[in-house]
Design a protein around this ligand. Structure first.
Ligand code: BTN
Length: 250
């Protein structure tokens, strides 16, 4: 069986500040997409400027690439990466029913957050995008204490304690790189439609009332779908609302 997808580079770093920061440093010299795995991360970053702590044994990696599509298309790789993460979890644990996807791109295990994704990009001189970094953090062996996460946020869990699966970061990277390559091929060949369908089939709380919060406002409504642009669509008493970016609370 293939254990690494062709066309992808790999760097394994014993210690790094943040694999996303490293991705930005090497982006200009890339000759193809590259995975960067940090076995220790000292300054990991999460969504919305939050820190991301990485005890040894957890997974911290970034896929950095130089895509050529429009920024809107490029951002849809958040869904490509979520699906790849879901499949990697199933490959290492054999437990498809235990996992679900939380919009925009968290992975839940038995209802708790086991993984998060941070997309970062930079523009090129003269327009367009110079690189996209897809940073992925997975609680393989330990999860932060609940008091260290934002009030009301999904409680964190670890793969090991929830499933008994003891997986090293290197093993997880191999599973993830293979599943990412499969979904990337699907995305570049057929576009967002099949990715969206597959994502919705694994979505947490579809059809239920949820809350989407931004720094400016809060929308409560029934989670109807994710639209063809990747927006969260909530049905509210005022009508349908499409939300491009927010934190979701159950
Ligand atoms: O807030 C989230 O849910 C996203 C967390 C993303 C963390 C990962 S760990 C690897 C990569 N490097 C970083 O500094 N952050 C991402």
């Amino acid at each position: 069986m293939q254990d690494w997808p062709s066309g992808y580079g790999k760097r394994v770093l014993a210690e790094v500040d943040s694999t996303n920061a490293e991705a930005a440093r090497i982006a200009a010299s890339l000759t193809g997409p590259e995975w960067i795995l940090g076995l220790r991360q000292t300054k990991g970053r999460g969504r919305r400027g939050r820190p991301w702590n990485d005890p040894a044994g957890n997974f911290a990696a970034t896929l950095v690439m130089r895509p050529v599509e429009t920024p809107d298309q490029i951002a849809l790789r958040s869904f490509v990466a979520s699906l790849a993460l879901y499949d990697a979890f199933v490959a290492v644990s054999g437990r498809p029913d235990a996992f679900a996807l939380k919009w925009p791109n968290d992975v839940l295990l038995n209802g708790g957050k086991v993984a998060g994704i941070l997309l970062e990009s930079a523009g090129a001189v003269g327009g367009g995008m110079s690189h996209l970094s897809i940073g992925i953090g997975v609680n393989l062996v330990s999860a932060p204490e609940p008091e260290n996460v934002e009030a009301g946020a999904t409680h964190p869990v670890a793969l090991l304690s929830e499933t008994g699966a003891a997986v090293t970061p290197e093993e997880f990277l191999n599973a993830l790189a293979l599943s990412y390559d499969r979904y990337e091929t699907q995305f570049s060949t057929y576009g967002f439609a099949p990715i969206r369908e597959a994502w919705l089939a694994r979505a947490a709380r579809l059809g239920e009332v949820i809350t989407a919060r931004t720094s400016r406002d809060e929308t409560v409504g029934t989670f109807e779908t994710v639209d063809t642009s990747g927006n969260l669509v909530l049905k509210t008493p005022q009508g349908y609302v499409a939300i491009p970016a927010a934190d979701v609370f159950f």
